[in-house]
Write a protein that binds this ligand. Structure first.
Ligand code: SF4
Length: 429
């Protein structure tokens, strides 16, 4: 088969969607991208890892860790390696991975094969929630492939921390889907004690393209520190919420404009997922979507979501609801997480409901709790909740003051806005 032309334009992962509005079948995928390169010997494996490293690809599951370094660390481990494709996408405000799996599943599967080839292993687990569209889409895609027996598709419990990498390694080793203390890290001792690469499925799809078209092609879009394109879920108070593929460095206002613009005046954006940060709309209008710029602004790319909060909503009540969800998703193994997250949720809920008005100790108590929770869990779950809470206190400072003094805030009387799974709301009523 002739190698198809190298793709141009911003739609690399979602080319099938932008060209046809339909998912790529396996045949259509091969017609678009050709076969993946032949994995041939140790030199090839080392070249692929070097190419991924040179591409600057960062993980797309939340932490943004350099993928080439992760691959090299797993490759350096002793014994047979394992590849885990993480398609769990547990954050309630993000949908990018399920859209990718629905439209370009074969890029994900090729990427998992390329990662496995780089690590000289045949053990590939595809992880997703059985009731979700990612599981269904990957299962359907496997029926089209002659190499389907290379993959094990695994149903993962639908809990937030079940998709943390040590949770997945535990679960695939026969244990509970709960995080474990580190070290050893999963890259050293993961599934069945073997060096394990846990990689988000968007990350794997990028690997599949880098293996075909090279690091320089990958870096031809994006910024120096944030090369390539990224999938971004844009939702909340926008006219046509959806998933975009954009080059890193795109202006945040352009992302909002790409989904039809704001559906009403905005007061803030929640960037990076439910473990991300609130940013005032006035600040967000000046920012670009890149790791370096969002980090400098005190927020994070996180799971790649941008949720717009309307001016008429209550940021404190929304934060209380998200914190309630995060508290309910604790694996209840670490004290600061098990007791600390309900405590800060209760503080936010008291503020939101007005029950905390004139409680002079509330603000200091909350600050004290936030300062002792971060960095104290076995996984990053409580750190994300603290990051969210602290950003809410900064972004909605005017409303915090109003709530604490019994005055109506900007969103007084507003109905709940952001989507929260129902099981999470016990702490805020
Ligand atoms: S920090 Fe929380 S979610 Fe993470 S392992 Fe400990 S109890 Fe579980």
């Amino acid at each position: 088969m002739n190698r198809p032309a190298t793709p141009t334009g911003d739609h690399r992962l979602l080319a099938a969607w932008s060209d046809t509005g339909r998912p790529d079948s396996y045949d259509a995928h091969l017609a678009r991208h050709g076969n993946p390169p032949n994995a041939d010997g140790r030199a090839w494996r080392e070249r692929l890892i070097a190419e991924v490293t040179h591409s600057g690809l960062g993980g797309r599951g939340g932490a943004g860790f350099p993928t080439g370094r992760k691959l090299a660390a797993v490759a350096a481990g002793r014994g047979r390696k394992v590849v885990v494709a993480n398609g769990c996408e547990s954050d309630p405000g993000t949908h990018k991975d399920r859209v990718l799996a629905q439209y370009s599943p074969h890029l994900i599967l090729d990427g998992a094969l390329m990662a496995a080839a780089a690590l000289h292993t045949n053990d590939i687990f595809l992880c997703a929630h059985r009731d979700g569209p990612t599981y269904q889409a990957l299962g359907q895609a496997l029926t089209q492939r002659p190499d389907a027996d290379r993959f094990s598709l695994v149903d993962i419990p639908a809990r937030f921390v079940a998709s943390e990498e040590s949770s997945l390694a535990n679960f695939l080793s026969g244990g509970d889907a709960r995080p474990t203390s580190k070290p050893p890290r999963v890259f050293e001792s993961g599934v069945a004690g073997r060096p394990t690469l846990v990689s988000n499925i968007e990350t794997l799809a990028h690997i599949s393209l880098i293996a075909r078209y090279g690091a320089e092609w990958f870096r031809s879009l994006g910024t120096g520190p944030s090369p390539g394109t990224a999938l971004v879920t844009v939702g909340g108070a926008v006219r046509t919420p959806g998933v975009l593929e954009v080059a890193y460095g795109a202006a945040l206002p352009d992302l909002v404009a790409s989904v039809g613009g704001a559906s009403e005046p905005l007061q803030a954006l929640l960037i990076g997922g439910y473990s991300g940060c609130w940013v005032p709309d006035s600040v967000a209008r000046t920012l670009h979507f890149s790791h370096e710029e969002l980090r400098a602004a005190g927020t994070t790319v996180g799971v790649g979501s941008v949720l717009a909060l309307p001016a008429g909503a209550c940021g404190i009540a929304e934060t209380a609801r998200i914190l309630s969800y995060l508290a309910g998703e604790s694996a209840s193994q670490c004290g600061p997480c098990m007791f600390g997250l309900p405590a800060i949720t209760a503080d936010f809920a008291a503020m939101a409901s007005g029950a905390g008005a004139n409680d002079r100790a509330l603000a200091a108590r909350l600050q004290g709790r936030l300062s002792v929770i971060a960095g104290r869990g076995a996984c990053g779950h409580p750190d994300g909740a603290v990051r969210l809470a602290e950003s809410a206190l900064r972004t909605f400072a005017v409303d915090v003051d109003a709530h604490l003094h019994g005055r109506p805030c900007r969103g007084a009387g507003a109905l709940p806005f952001l989507p929260i799974p129902r099981r999470a709301l016990s702490l805020v009523g």
